[in-house]
Design a protein around this ligand. Structure first.
Ligand SMILES: [Mg+2]
Length: 164
């Protein structure tokens, strides 16, 4: 099982490789935004059964210029199953699940500072407020539920507003 420490180690290693790579080719490392994205009611409905309309295109666009992380309070096995079912695993660098940051289910917030992430996209206002309070960027999306009529421009407005 992946522990929180191993996620830290992997992220650090990635940073080091990217910096070495840039140095080797004598170029400046372009700052890539690290974006954490929630799963339930953000990517899919709460059962993981249906996809939020437009979410695949949204992830596709975001992943061109940014590094994406799934950050879910769900257990890892369930998260992986849902991602696989909808063919979304490929968009995410790392999956951070309940076992990684809140194994005892204490309601620990998704603190972007913990992994040096830049942005959180989530349907939970409390998670967003927590990060905004800590000077990070939180983007609140409407809670998606199966068959709910969604604002079809919501995701494209986010890409434009935050230049993602
Ligand atoms: Mg959610």
């Amino acid at each position: 099982m992946k522990t929180e420490n191993s996620i830290h180690d992997i992220l650090k290693l990635e940073q080091a490789i990217a910096t070495d790579f840039a140095a080797f080719y004598g170029c400046q490392r372009v700052k890539v935004m690290k974006i954490a994205i929630d799963m339930d009611n953000t990517l899919t409905d709460e059962l993981g059964a249906t996809l939020r309309p437009g979410i695949t295109d949204f992830l596709e666009t975001l992943s061109l210029k940014n590094q994406l992380f799934l950050w879910t309070n769900s257990k890892k096995a369930r998260a992986l199953e849902i991602l696989k079912h909808h063919n979304l695993r490929k968009y995410f660098d790392t999956i951070i699940s309940r076992e990684d940051y809140d194994p005892e289910g204490k309601g620990i917030p998704k603190d972007l500072r913990r992994y040096d992430f830049d942005i959180l996209i989530d349907d939970d206002p409390a998670e967003i407020q927590y990060n905004v309070k800590n000077k990070k960027t939180g983007i609140l999306v409407e809670s998606y539920r199966k068959s709910k009529v969604m604002d079809k421009d919501e995701l494209s407005k986010i890409i434009k507003k935050y230049k993602l």
